[in-house]
Design a protein around this ligand. Structure first.
Ligand code: BGC
Length: 739
């Protein structure tokens, strides 16, 4: 648009305003698309290009002349991150940006509770609104492929059905409030090693059956308004401008009408960015919290370099308009929306939600009677306080702020209840504490000698105290430092770090009443598992972590969490690690997903390599009995459905919740298929003595696999088995039908 046209357009706009007419794009009663077209028609080339890239670390431009506001983003995904400076990664050191921290997404997935996921999205959106954020960078649904991935804690486990079911309500709860979810990292960012360039090679089946379904659900059912491209390459092209992933699958096939945002620093080329599906470029040259430079945002790939190619006619204007339409749509849905709630921050309601999620996330992995087990002997948990005078808590994680660190998900919580606080609140003076170990990397020479001596003396002290105690609660696991559960690096070992395995062995030796609580977002090796009567997976549970952990240990809450991933006995038992370095982590340039569709329990079950604790596992303080399943018909037709019904009873003495899991198995498949796959689940609440009948609708969709020959989904006629269980290996019954 030249200057005189711009001037007359401005005068028309101003005149309309003087006569009290609302321009179409500002009229929220009009259809969104009409408003988008109207705004687009008023914009200059410069205004359009300005929208496509960052103007600050976490902001991108609106259209100031038209009153369209800037777009403000924030990490995500477990709370609203503290304010970051306009043009560098430093925190702004404000006093009004403390928040409520929610449980990490692995923990959310472990609840298997869709309602809690919706509350999570809703509460987080309220915090975002209060902090004036339009887009929350999360949730993440990258599939858990290896326990070494430093970012697994930000994702929802190893199964596409579970991750897909859990992500949809999170997005809906959030977006209902006018805050956009930005689902990440699309796609195949399943490790942090070489994340910026590793070229992921995988089959169409693995892509479609394992790694994409949760994203597809997020888009089609959750209606996500934005999505974040990942850093890695996929089949030779960076994921942030990837023709297959973004144009063909996301936008054409799934009909995504929102904005594709780069991961920070994920764009690498103007032409590809323009043509291969990217809409908004963020963080260029500031990738991975590293370098800053005098580089200005108008030098971004989608800034002046793009404009120049557009003006030369080297790139089509329609491409630009498509991106701007998407950005306007996002803007009108969020930043420019007038009628939205005020929001609230660190409120009692939000803490209550965080705690409720934590309560249902904790997974009771093991619960035996201490010492030499007699059949029917009382398990160690829940602890009967009357029995113990001296309760020793050991472990750094009992007191550590585990919301700090981890990379972009780092949080500044207003309140924290640590496990030690939570246990003290229940048991007061009975509690003694000693750290037992100290985190930190191995050093060299003299310094390492000193470090080793400190580790040794902390261990000895803990063991001495444990000998005198009536009960020992060890709270260890990983933390959010680099090399642990943290962005931009993977874990170096599957074992527990900082000398914890030896410490646990020694504690078990001197005191049979030992509870091990693991705070981590990942599976860890547990060679000591058989020596310990009770093991609790306590995740990273946010502000109220200590309350939920104490509630489960004391029996105030009956545990109902189930593992969202398998815990292999040893690393090589995991499919990704079975094939050596080309499969994980790759040769630094490329990697091949050689386990293919057999990820997680699909590998363990199909290859008959039992996990130490399988996917879907989690004990309760009560006992659930599964009755006989019935099917509405012995055959399923391609356009029909079946109902499977199964009674489940609480035959124990206290109320509890059970997640009833439905797996499907094709009995004589044409191609390799996993032994079984999760296709549905229902979490129910049962009073002692109560029975409920759970109904599952079985549809042909649940039988499908992706046929690489025709590049389409299909279900073959034949015999199928429905397996119903309390975990992926604790199957209580099966029933066959014909398709
Ligand atoms: C992370 C993203 C995050 C972004 C902004 C990147 O390093 O991979 O998940 O949203 O930074 O902080």
């Amino acid at each position: 648009m030249n200057r005189s046209i711009l001037l007359s357009a401005t005068i028309v706009l101003t005149a309309a305003a003087l006569h009290g007419q609302t321009p179409i794009y500002q009229d929220e009663s009009r259809p969104l698309e009409e408003r988008v077209e109207d705004a687009l028609s008023r914009m200059t080339l410069d205004e359009k290009v300005a929208m496509l890239h960052a103007e600050g670390k976490f902001a991108s431009a609106g259209v100031p002349r038209l009153g369209i506001p800037d777009l403000w983003m924030s990490d995500g995904p477990h709370g609203v991150r503290a304010e970051i400076n306009w043009n560098d990664w430093g925190y702004s050191k404000r006093t009004n940006d403390s928040i409520a921290a929610f449980p990490a997404l692995t923990a959310l997935a472990a609840t298997w509770n869709r309602d809690l996921s919706e509350l999570y999205g809703q509460a987080l959106a309220e915090e975002a609104l209060y902090r004036e954020k339009d887009v929350m960078l999360g949730p993440g649904v990258n599939i858990y492929r290896t326990p070494l991935n430093g970012r697994n804690f930000e994702y929802m486990g190893e199964d596409p059905c579970l991750a897909g079911e859990m992500v949809v309500p999170y997005i809906r709860g959030m977006q209902r409030n006018g805050v956009a979810a930005c689902v990440k990292h699309y796609a195949l960012n399943n490790q942090e090693v070489w994340r910026g360039h590793i070229d992921v090679q995988l089959s169409d089946r693995a892509l479609r059956e394992i790694y994409l379904p949760a994203f597809e659900k997020a888009v089609k059912e959750g209606g996500a308004w934005s999505i974040m491209g990942s850093y890695n390459k996929v089949r030779g092209q960076h994921a942030c401008h990837n023709d297959l992933l973004l144009n063909k699958i996301l936008k054409d096939e799934w009909g995504f009408d929102g904005v594709v945002i780069t991961d920070w620093g994920g764009a690498h080329d103007t032409r590809e960015a323009a043509l291969c599906g990217l809409d908004l470029e963020m963080g260029t040259y500031t990738n991975g919290l590293t370098s800053e430079s005098a580089f200005t945002t108008d030098q971004y790939y989608l800034a002046n370099p793009y404009k120049e190619l557009l003006l030369k006619g080297d790139l089509p204007m329609e491409g630009l308009d498509d991106k701007v339409r998407r950005l306007l749509r996002l803007n009108f849905r969020t930043a420019a929306r007038r009628l939205k709630p005020y929001g609230s921050i660190a409120s009692p309601e939000h803490y209550a939600i965080a705690e409720a999620i934590g309560d249902e996330a904790v997974v009771l992995l093991k619960n035996d009677a201490p010492g030499k087990k007699k059949k029917g002997a009382t398990p160690l948990l829940p602890i009967d306080a009357a029995k113990y005078d001296r309760i020793l808590v050991v472990g750094e994680n009992a007191t550590r702020n585990l919301m700090e660190g981890g990379g972009s998900s780092d949080l500044k919580p207003k309140d924290i209840v640590t496990p030690l606080d939570g246990l003290r609140a229940l048991y007061g003076d009975k509690i003694e504490y000693t750290p037992g170990y100290k985190s930190g990397k191995p050093m060299y020479g003299k310094v390492e000698k000193i470090r080793a001596a400190v580790t040794d003396s902390l261990r000895r002290r803990a063991v001495e105290m444990a000998r005198e105690a009536d009960l020992v609660i060890f709270v260890g696991g990983l933390n959010k430092n680099h090399g642990q559960d943290c962005e931009n690096g993977d874990r170096e070992e599957y074992a527990l770090p900082f000398g914890q395995p030896r410490l646990i062995d020694d504690l078990a030796e001197v005191n049979p009443n030992l509870v091990v609580v693991l705070l981590s977002g990942n599976a860890v090796e547990m060679p000591w598992a058989s020596k310990v009567p009770a093991i609790v997976q306590g995740w990273y549970l946010g502000s109220m972590a200590g309350k939920s952990i104490a509630s489960v240990i004391s029996g105030k809450v009956n545990p109902s969490g189930k593992l969202p991933f398998s815990i292999p006995v040893k690393l090589e038992d995991n499919g990704a690690h079975h094939f050596g370095t080309i499969s994980y982590p790759g040769d630094s340039i490329r990697q091949e997903y050689l386990e293919d569709i057999l990820v997680g329990y699909r590998w363990h079950d199909t290859k008959k390599i039992p996990a130490l604790y399988p996917f879907g596992h989690g004990l309760s303080y009560t006992t659930f009995d599964y009755g006989k399943p019935t099917l509405s018909s012995p055959t399923l037709s391609p356009d029909g459905s079946l109902t499977l019904s199964i009674p489940v009873s609480n035959v124990g003495k206290q109320a509890g919740k059970e997640t009833v899991q439905l797996y499907v198995s094709e009995l004589s498949p044409r191609l390799t298929r996993p032994a079984k796959e999760l296709k549905a689940f229902e979490k129910i609440s049962l009073a002692p003595g109560q029975t409920k009948v759970v109904h599952f609708t079985v549809t042909p969709d649940m039988l499908r696999y992706y046929d690489p020959d025709t590049s389409a989904w299909r279900a073959d006629p034949g015999k199928y088995r429905l397996l119903i269980g309390s975990s992926s290996t604790d199957l209580r019954s099966g029933i066959d039908f014909k398709y």
